[in-house]
Ligand binder design. Structure first.
Ligand code: ZN
Length: 444
C-alpha cells in the first residue's frame, strides 16, 4: 500500500497543535449543523429510487454544484454498458476531488446515492425531508444520504480549518449499491478510480452507528438447484417421476446433514448480529410443477406429475471458508441424494458470487478512525463485520484496495424500513469523527 508524504504521527509533541485543531474542527462542525440538516433534506427530496434508477443525473448535478462551490473539481461518470444502464435510466455517478497544497495520501468517501422502494406503513412523506425531535425522516435518511451529507460537511469543515492540507480529498456518490453496485462502484473500480496508486484510504459512510467501524462483510454464493423428473397424468403418478418428491429428498438431506454442519462452523469475523457468526444457508425460493395460473383464470389446474422443481439457495460464506469447497459441499450433497434415488437427476446453476472481505484492524484507516471515535465520543470503537455485502466488495476485488472500511451515522436496523430516519446529533458526531480523521491523515 502506498502511504505517501509521511510525517511522525500520534501524540506527544503534536498534542498541543492537534488539540487546537480538534477544537477548531468541533467549532466548524457545530457552525454547520443547520447546513448539514438542510443538505440531508435536499438529498432526500431527490427520489433516487432503485429499481429502476430514477433521478440519478439530478442528484449528481445537485452534488456537483455543491462541491464545485467548495473548490472541488467534479466529474460525472455514466456507467455506459453496465448492467441496468439505459438511455431511459442512465447510471450516473459523481466523483469530486480537491487536491491539497502538497502531494500526499488521498482519502476517499464513497456513498451510494440510490434508495430502495418506499413500501407501506409511512406516517410522514418519504421524500419530504421532515425534521422532528432531532431527526431527519425520509427514504434514504440513514441509508445513506445522512452519511453522504456528513462526509461533505466534514470535508468542508476540515478544509476551512486547515486550508493548507497535504494530499487530496475525494467524495463520490455512486449508483446501484442496492442492486449490486455494477453501475456504480464496480464500474468506477474497473476504470481505475480506486486503484491503490490514486486512492489510499476509503471510508463508506453506511449506517453502522457512529461508534462502530465495519471492517468488511461475509461472502455470498447464490445458486439454483433443479431436480428433474418426467411428466405424466396425475392419476397415474407411477408412470411419471415426481421432481417435487426428489426436491423433498434434497431438503431432507439439508435438514439432517447440511444445516447442523453449517451451524457448527463459526467465524472469528466480528459479524453483527451475532447469529450471523456462522455459515448460513437460506432457501430464497422454491418452484415446482405447473406455473401459477394467469390472472383472470378461474378454472381448476390440470393434473400432472411435475417434471421440474427449482430452489434458489443463498449461502453466506465465512472468511475461513474456501468458496470452492462451499460449492463442492453442495455438489457432494446432491450426489448423496442421487446415490439413494434411482433415476434422480439434477442441475446446479451458479447465479452470483461475492468473496468475503475483511480489512486488517491494524490498517491505517481503521486505526485513524478508531482514534477519532475515542476522542469525539470518549469511548472505544466497536469493530464489526456486516452479515450481507456492500460496495466494499468491488473496492477490494476490482480496485485492489484493502485499506477500506464502512463508517457512518444512522442505525442499520432502520434501513429499508418505513419512517426511516437519521439522528442529527449522530450526523454531527460522525462528521466530527470524519473531519478528525482527515486532520490526522492530511493535516500538515
Ligand atoms: Zn446502503
Amino acid at each position: 500500500m502506498v502511504i505517501a508524504g509521511r510525517r511522525e504521527r500520534g501524540y506527544g509533541p503534536h498534542m498541543t497543535n492537534s488539540d487546537a485543531l480538534e477544537t477548531r474542527l468541533a467549532a466548524e462542525i457545530t457552525a454547520r449543523r443547520d447546513d448539514l440538516v438542510a443538505l440531508t433534506q435536499a438529498l432526500i427530496r431527490i427520489p433516487t429510487l432503485n429499481p429502476p434508477g430514477r433521478n440519478y443525473r439530478e442528484i449528481c448535478d445537485f452534488l456537483s454544484d455543491r462541491l464545485s462551490g467548495a473548490g472541488f473539481s467534479v466529474e460525472l461518470v455514466r456507467a455506459e454498458g453496465a448492467r441496468a444502464d439505459s438511455d431511459r435510466h442512465p447510471r450516473w455517478n459523481m466523483v469530486a476531488r480537491r487536491d491539497g497544497a502538497r502531494p500526499g495520501d488521498c482519502v476517499h468517501f464513497n456513498s451510494h446515492h440510490d434508495v430502495v422502494e418506499v413500501g407501506h406503513g409511512w406516517t410522514v412523506d418519504p421524500f419530504g425531508g421532515v425534521v422532528r425531535d432531532g431527526r431527519v425522516y425520509g427514504r434514504g435518511a440513514c441509508d445513506m444520504k445522512g452519511g453522504l451529507a456528513a462526509s461533505i460537511v466534514a470535508a468542508e469543515a476540515f478544509i476551512a480549518a486547515c486550508p493548507d492540507f497535504t494530499g487530496a480529498i475525494e467524495i463520490s456518490a455512486t449508483a446501484d449499491e442496492e442492486s449490486g453496485g455494477y453501475g456504480g462502484v464496480a464500474y468506477l473500480a474497473e476504470k481505475g478510480w480506486f486503484a491503490p496508486e490514486r486512492v489510499q484510504h476509503v471510508i463508506i459512510p453506511e449506517p453502522l452507528n457512529k461508534d462502530r467501524i465495519c471492517l468488511g462483510h461475509r461472502g455470498v454464493w447464490w445458486a439454483e438447484i433443479e431436480t428433474k423428473g418426467r411428466i405424466a397424468h396425475g392419476s397415474m403418478p407411477f408412470l411419471g417421476d415426481c421432481a417435487v418428491r426428489h426436491m423433498g429428498a434434497v431438503l431432507a438431506e439439508m435438514e439432517e446433514v447440511l444445516f447442523p454442519l453449517l451451524a457448527g462452523r463459526h467465524t472469528d469475523m466480528p459479524v453483527v448480529p451475532e447469529g450471523a457468526r456462522q455459515s448460513t444457508l437460506n432457501i430464497n425460493a422454491i418452484h415446482g410443477g405447473e406455473p401459477e395460473q394467469e390472472a383472470g383464470y378461474t378454472g381448476l389446474p390440470a393434473p400432472c406429475v411435475p417434471d421440474r422443481c427449482r430452489i434458489t439457495i443463498d449461502r453466506r460464506v465465512l472468511i475461513e471458508e474456501d468458496p470452492e469447497e462451499v460449492k463442492a459441499e453442495i455438489a457432494a450433497m446432491m450426489e448423496r441424494v442421487k446415490a439413494r434415488r434411482p433415476g434422480f437427476d439434477y442441475e446446479i446453476r451458479e447465479l452470483f458470487e461475492v468473496r468475503p472481505t475483511m480489512t486488517d484492524r491494524e490498517a491505517p484507516v481503521v486505526q485513524t478512525v478508531a482514534r477519532a471515535i475515542e476522542k469525539v465520543l470518549a469511548r472505544a470503537p466497536q469493530y464489526v463485520v456486516s452479515p450481507g455485502t456492500y460496495d466494499q466488495k468491488h473496492i477490494d476485488r476490482i480496485g485492489r484496495l484493502k485499506n477500506c472500511i464502512a463508517y457512518g451515522p444512522g442505525i442499520l436496523d432502520l434501513a429499508h424500513q418505513p419512517d426511516e430516519w437519521v439522528g442529527i446529533d449522530d450526523m454531527t458526531d460522525s462528521a466530527r469523527v470524519m473531519a478528525l480523521t482527515l486532520a490526522e491523515l492530511l493535516a500538515v
